[in-house]
Write a protein that binds this ligand. Structure first.
Ligand SMILES: [Zn+2]
Length: 390
């Protein structure tokens, strides 16, 4: 019993140390002690174990004001590898990443039956992973896990009718499979590695064609159901959900592009890539008063809608992510902050606590690959079989 208790504490300490190295590494033992609140001896004990098993490595020396140079420690990126999977319509995009989440290779596999047929998903995923391993020369025993990102806009008939356990057993690789919605992945990644680092409670909104939001608290992310279909303008524009005046009808890129077509006498492109169309519209705001009014009004709607989240959920930070969110926020963040904090001011959130996401636009694939890493951090030395088997 006592042995088990010690093991749990040691794993907990290792988990703190690994998180700190992921967030801020490389760090010295002294800096790790300050970052984790652990005693120097507890840090040393954790580091000894983590270096011995290869998860952490020495990363050079740093001066320490005339004293003995301090040894810096960091996550060993080639200790293991993860697989990130994004499901897009009838295809799987499968990426191989090292433990620092650097992308090594990506392949694509088509699914004739979509995601419904787990046997086909397992078969195509297995082929894709073997292809990635042969392209990169990585051995399958170095894989630590597979993360799968589900599109946030998945309609009920796109829902996955199978579990991660079932897929694990069909794949037969002996590594865990994690499945998470895209908005929750973005929230976890922003919380661990991006704009919401270091705060216990954050809301991450994702603005693409549609809109989604997720609350991260105590290390877990929970999608805020139907935020996009709360009313922001009673009796307003009709939304694809059948209601009127929804947040999504004003803030989602589909709604914005639809409104741009109604501008009098203005010709905005009606075909092609949504990202390019929105970028043209946002760019036109520089010289076209109608476009500027529309985009500024949209920034106000985003601000008001996230202000509601701030009032209801009292996060320490609010992060705006997603391709359309980044595009609008890169030009109109001051307006968004102003509208958001005007509404949420009584809860003490300063404008500076409303931030743009820092995760690259292809967040699903990278984010999915982070899921096994987060699992690894949580487990401490519950190591992947490559090392456990040594
Ligand atoms: Zn709606």
């Amino acid at each position: 019993m006592r042995g088990e208790g010690t093991r749990v504490v040691r794993r907990g300490n290792e988990s703190f140390v690994l998180s700190a190295l992921y967030l801020d590494g490389p760090l010295s033992r002294k800096e790790l002690s300050a970052a984790t609140g652990l005693s120097p001896s507890a840090v040393s004990q954790s580091i000894t174990g983590l270096v011995q098993n290869g998860l952490v490595r020495e990363a050079g020396k740093a001066d320490s004001n005339g004293g003995r140079p301090r040894t810096l420690l960091d996550i060993n990126p080639t200790f293991g590898y993860t697989v990130g999977v994004a499901i897009t319509g009838r295809a799987l995009r499968i990426g191989l990443f090292d433990l620092s989440c650097r992308r090594i290779q990506v392949v694509k596999r088509a699914l004739s039956a979509g995601v419904q047929d787990i046997d086909e998903v397992a078969r195509e995923l297995g082929i894709g992973i073997r292809h990635l391993l042969s392209l990169s020369g990585v051995h399958d025993s170095a894989l630590t896990g597979i993360g799968i990102g589900l599109p946030s806009s998945a309609s009920p008939h796109q829902a996955i009718p199978w579990t991660s356990r079932k897929l694990e057993s069909l794949l037969g690789l002996g590594i865990p499979v994690f499945i998470e919605r895209e908005v929750n992945i973005r929230a976890l990644v922003e919380s661990r590695l991006g704009a919401a680092r270091g705060v216990g409670r954050a809301v991450v909104v994702q603005i693409g064609l549609g809109v989604e939001a997720s609350l991260v608290a105590d290390g877990t992310a929970k999608r805020i159901r139907d935020w996009g279909h709360t009313t922001i303008d009673y009796g307003g524009r009709s939304c694809h959900c059948g209601a009127r005046g929804c947040v999504e009808a004003y803030v989602g890129a589909s709604g914005i592009l639809e409104r741009s077509l109604e501008l009098p006498g203005r010709e905005f492109p009606t075909e092609g890539n949504d990202f390019e169309r929105l970028r043209t519209l946002v760019g036109s705001a520089e010289h076209c008063a109608d476009a500027r009014a529309l985009v500024q009004e949209t920034a106000g709607y985003i601000g008001a809608a996230v202000g509601n989240l701030i009032s209801l959920l009292a996060p320490a930070r609010l992060v705006i992510s997603g391709w359309a969110g980044q595009l609008l926020g890169s030009r109109f963040l001051p307006e968004i902050r102003d509208a958001a904090t005007r509404q949420g001011r009584e809860h003490g959130l300063s404008p500076a606590a409303v931030l743009l996401g820092r995760v690259e636009v292809d967040a699903t694939l990278t984010g999915a690959a982070v899921l096994p890493v987060l699992g690894l951090i949580k487990r401490g030395t519950a190591l992947p079989r490559a090392v456990a088997g040594l």
